[in-house]
Write a new protein. Structure first.
Length: 206
């Protein structure tokens, strides 16, 4: 091999190595759970209550005034993960002629994971499974058990220690919910706080 070719070959190797290093760094730059700026060690329980979280489908919105939740969280290889373990729903109603006779979240745990997309952090929850029984004489789905399933991605905010689920956060994370083959919109603001080892400590993701 000539010196000119050897130099070109070595230059190519250096460029490839640099590219790989950048790729690995980008892949490993996933967000982690932190409390008071320190990466979480072990596990923690997050508790919170959404502010009037609503499910939109078939032209109506089903809202629950008390939308509580519990999430077990941890970091694995520098990336925040977790499981939604409980989601009690109370005082639910619609903006239509339909009433909510019963509503229940099932099939726990629902796995969750943090990710960074276009410099924003998101929490994606998979395995969502909610059953709703509608009533009301003039309700088009009267007597139906409606099963909402799929995955949901929420935008994480360190400033408010929360995750916000919306149409835009679903689009960013490529997630979707459905019922009877129809898309279901989920809008809700979910503030969280540590309950066990990190009470009253600032929760962040980075």
């Amino acid at each position: 091999m000539s010196k000119k070719r050897a130099r070109a070959f070595l230059a190519g190797l250096l460029v490839a190595s640099a590219f790989c290093a950048v790729s690995v760094a980008s892949a490993s730059a996933a967000p982690a759970w932190k409390f008071n700026g320190e990466e979480l060690k072990g596990t923690e329980t997050l508790l919170g209550a959404a502010e009037k979280s609503g499910l939109g489908m078939w032209g109506m919105t089903t809202t629950c005034d008390n939308f509580l939740y519990q999430v077990e969280i941890w970091n694995k290889e520098g990336t925040g993960e977790g499981n939604v373990t409980d989601l009690p729903l109370f005082n639910c109603y619609t903006n239509s002629t339909c009433t909510v006779e019963a509503i229940e979240a099932e099939s726990f745990p629902w796995p969750a994971k943090l990710s960074t997309i276009s410099s924003s952090n998101y929490l994606t929850v998979k395995g969502v499974d909610v059953w709703i029984l509608y009533g009301g004489w003039f309700c088009p789905v009267w007597g139906w058990w409606v099963n909402v399933t799929g995955s949901a991605g929420g935008l994480v905010s360190n400033a408010t220690e929360s995750a916000t689920f919306s149409t835009s956060s679903f689009k960013a994370t490529g997630t979707e919910l459905e019922a009877f083959g129809e898309a279901v919109e989920w809008n809700g603001f979910f503030p969280s706080e540590g309950f066990e080892w990190n009470r009253e400590e600032a929760l962040s993701v980075s």
